[in-house]
Design a protein around this ligand. Structure first.
Ligand code: FAD
Length: 285
C-alpha cells in the first residue's frame, strides 16, 4: 500500500524546516492530496513532515492594508471568517463549493496551492486578488507573486527545502467587485470543469483594474492577461465586456477529458467570464 517512510511531526516551523532538507522529503498539511497519491504510489517520499502541529502556520489576520493567511489554514476556517466574506468574497465562494465537509475540515490553502492542480479551486480567487506567497527555508525566505509560481503542469518554483508559510494580498480598492464561479457536475464534491474568478475596480465609469483567472482550462491556473489589458483604462460598456470574454476564451488552452471537451470548456470560459464581468459592472454602477 504505502511505501516505507519516516514520519516527522514537528511542533514548530523551525523544526519542520530543519528536517525538510532531504531531497525525498515531502511536507504534508491536510493530507487530502498527498495520502491519496502515496496510496497509489504516485508519490513515494522517504520522509513525510506532517505540519498538523505547527500552530503558527494556521490563522487569518487582517490589518488596514492586507489580509494574511497561514498556509495551514483550512477550507473550513475560510468559511468561518465573516471578515473574509466582505474583503475577499471570491475565496469564500470557492471554499463553499470545495469538496465535502470532511475534506474541507482537513484541506488547507497551502496544500491547494502547492499541489499545483490546474483545477485547484482556491487558486483562481487568490490570483484574482493578486496574492503573494511567502516561501521559507532553513536558510532564508522570499516573497513571490502567486502569478509567477507555476511553471507548467504540476511544476512550480518552490525549492524542495521550502515551505509555503503565508499567503497575503492587499485590500481591494474602493468600488471593486470580486467573484468566483465553479462549473461542475454538483455544488461540492465534484472536480471543476471550469472555474473563473474576476476582480473589477471602476471609478467614473473607467476600469482601473481587471483580474480574470481561469481554472481547469490550461496546464495550470492562469490569468487571462490580454483580456485584462483590454479592460484596464477603458470606459466600460457591454460591448467591451463581451470582447474581453471572447479574448479570455482565446487565451485558455483546455483539453478533452472525462468531464468535458475542450470545445465545451472554451465556450464556458466565454460565457462565465462575460457573466461575471457583467454582474460585477452592474453592481458598481
Ligand atoms: C474527496 C476529495 C475531494 C476534493 N475536492 C476538491 C475540490 O473540490 N477542490 C479542490 O481544489 N481540491 C479538491 N480536492 C483536493 C485537495 O483536497 C485539495 O487540493 C487540498 O487543498 C489539498 O490540501 P492539503 O492540505 O490536504 O494538502 P496535502 O495533501 O497535505 O499536500 C498536497 C501537496 O502540497 C504539498 N504541501 C502541503 N502543504 C505545503 C506547504 N505549506 N508548503 C509547501 N508544500 C506543501 C505537499 O507536499 C503535497 O505535495 C479533493 C480531494 C479529495 C480527496
Amino acid at each position: 500500500m504505502f511505501c516505507d517512510f519516516d514520519l516527522h511531526m514537528p511542533d514548530r516551523l523551525d523544526d519542520a524546516l530543519s528536517v525538510l532538507t532531504d531531497e525525498k522529503g515531502m511536507p504534508m498539511a491536510g493530507g487530502t492530496n498527498l495520502l491519496v497519491d502515496m496510496r497509489s504510489r504516485k508519490e513515494t517520499p522517504a520522509s513525510v513532515i506532517a505540519l498538523g502541529n505547527v500552530g503558527e502556520l494556521r490563522g487569518i489576520h487582517f490589518n488596514d492594508e492586507r489580509t494574511t493567511i497561514g498556509s495551514r489554514t483550512t477550507v473550513s476556517d475560510l468559511l468561518q471568517s465573516t471578515e473574509l466574506v466582505s474583503s475577499s468574497p471570491s475565496l469564500v465562494e470557492a471554499a463553499a463549493v470545495f469538496a465535502g465537509q470532511m475534506v474541507r475540515n482537513a484541506a488547507t490553502v497551502g496544500g491547494n496551492i502547492a499541489c499545483a492542480s490546474p483545477a485547484a479551486d482556491l487558486v483562481p480567487p487568490l490570483l484574482s486578488l493578486d496574492a503573494e506567497l511567502m516561501l521559507v527555508s532553513a536558510s532564508g525566505s522570499r516573497t513571490v507573486p502567486l502569478a509567477d509560481y507555476y511553471q507548467g503542469y504540476k511544476r512550480n518554483i518552490r525549492g524542495k527545502d521550502e515551505l509555503i508559510t503565508q499567503i497575503s494580498w492587499a485590500r481591494l480598492p474602493e468600488n471593486s467587485v470580486n467573484m468566483f464561479y465553479k462549473l461542475a457536475r454538483r455544488k461540492g464534491d465534484a472536480i471543476t470543469i471550469v472555474g473563473v474568478a474576476v476582480t473589477l475596480s471602476i471609478s467614473n465609469g473607467i476600469c482601473r483594474k481587471a483580474r480574470i483567472a481561469l481554472g481547469a482550462v490550461a496546464p495550470y491556473v492562469l490569468r487571462a492577461r490580454e483580456s485584462e489589458r483590454r479592460l484596464e483604462g477603458q470606459v466600460i460598456s457591454e460591448e467591451l465586456l463581451c470582447a474581453a470574454a471572447s479574448q479570455a476564451a482565446r487565451e485558455c488552452c483546455p483539453i478533452d477529458d472525462v468531464r468535458a471537451s475542450a470545445t465545451y470548456r472554451r465556450h464556458v470560459v466565454k460565457a462565465l467570464v462575460g457573466r461575471l464581468l457583467s454582474q460585477s459592472w452592474n453592481r458598481l454602477v
